[in-house]
Design a protein around this ligand. Structure first.
Ligand SMILES: Nc1ncnc2c1ncn2[C@@H]1O[C@H](COP(=O)(O)OP(=O)(O)OP(=O)(O)O)[C@@H](O)[C@H]1O
Ligand SMILES: [Mg+2]
Length: 319
């Protein structure tokens, strides 16, 4: 069993927070966040979309809105003291939005205190679903936003660079998660070395790391593996065009199990759809063209597979 003081258990949670990320830029994270939000709201759920892409916030554009006067950056900078003060209407029943940053430097420059404040306040919000649209990259701040979620959805396109980025993102996420849940100092520093790949330690896979942990603390590596298997990480392959593209998601889920030892739940494919592309280029609100697109049926089916699992979740303490 996991020994006292070695693992920091995730906290109990009230709402269902879903992060949408994946490392590579331009894969469709924002489009999918907005679309899933619309589908969930349409089914009567209260939904809050949060534009956590503090580098190039654009979620409001997908909803056909002007940049809201107040956004997440105003809460971070204390211009607005309560997070509820930066929540705006999204023009759709049951759907609300927290827009991103306006004049703020990128997310990579958020201080630890700012990040903890945002994360802790998001967790207290009372919506059935809270969707976090993350920016590209694998910075600790982006990984942390993914990790406070109860469910994280990785978005990849079929391109090899995007697939590679998704694996890199997943590996970074798991190392970061371990760093958060394990309090034993010697094991923590081992993980840090794995992340930074310095001092001669370079872990090729998570199994590598867990084996090393086992030699330091027999039993702990195995306990961590079973702990990792409870993570709720999902995958969508977006902009698929061919049969070969459609097979990628399942293969990635099998590879994740093999190399990382974690289950990744492949939710499905979304076709490359010119209706979406054209609508976005014309800067129309998503609602004006989404229901007429081929991708809409796929998005609706994917949304039906997203159900709350309150008892689980990454939800690590932001200490
Ligand atoms: N299924 C699709 N069919 C057609 N075009 C798509 C599809 N998904 C995304 N796109 C196109 O890709 C572009 C990028 O989408 P989006 O802004 O959602 O990506 P992103 O992952 O959020 O990007 P970033 O990493 O910069 O935040 C969109 O403007 C759109 O034109
Ligand atoms: Mg985006």
């Amino acid at each position: 069993m996991i020994e006292q003081g070695q693992i920091n258990k995730p906290r109990a949670v009230n709402n269902h927070i879903i992060a949408i990320g994946g490392g590579k830029g331009g894969t469709g994270k924002s489009l999918i966040t907005a679309s899933i939000g619309i589908c969930l709201a349409d089914r009567g759920n209260s939904v809050l979309l949060i534009d956590a892409d503090l580098g190039t916030a654009n979620l409001h554009t997908f909803l056909g809105l002007e940049p809201p006067k107040l956004g997440l950056s105003d809460f971070v900078s204390n211009k607005e003291s309560a997070i509820s003060g930066v929540i705006t209407k999204a023009g759709i029943n049951n759907l609300k939005l927290i827009s991103g940053a306006k004049d703020m430097v990128g997310i990579a420059n958020l201080s630890y205190g700012q990040k903890a404040k945002v994360l802790n306040n998001i967790k207290k919000l009372n919506y059935r679903y809270i969707l976090l649209d993350l920016g590209p990259g694998t910075s600790f701040n982006i990984l942390d936003f993914f990790l406070i979620s109860h469910c994280g959805i990785l978005i990849t396109s079929p391109e090899p660079t995007s697939i590679e980025n998704t694996y890199r993102f997943t590996k970074g996420l798991l190392f970061r998660y371990l760093r958060k849940i394990i309090s034993k100092k010697v094991v923590r520093s081992l993980i840090d070395n794995g992340i930074r790949q310095r001092n001669g330690h370079k872990f090729e896979s998570l199994f590598d790391l867990l084996e090393t942990i086992e030699t330091i603390e027999p039993g702990l590596g195995d306990n961590i593996s079973s702990y990792l298997s409870t993570l709720d990480i999902k995958l969508i392959v977006n902009q698929v065009r061919t049969r070969k593209d459609r097979a990628i998601g399942q293969k990635m889920a099998i590879a994740a199990k093999k190399y990382f030892g974690i289950p990744i739940d492949f939710l499905g494919n979304i076709s490359h759809d010119n209706t979406l592309r054209k609508g976005l280029l014309q800067q129309k609100p998503l609602m004006a063209y989404l229901p007429h697109s081929k991708a809409f049926k796929e998005l609706t089916e994917i949304t039906q597979k997203i159900s709350p699992r309150y008892q689980l979740g990454l939800g690590f303490p932001t200490d």
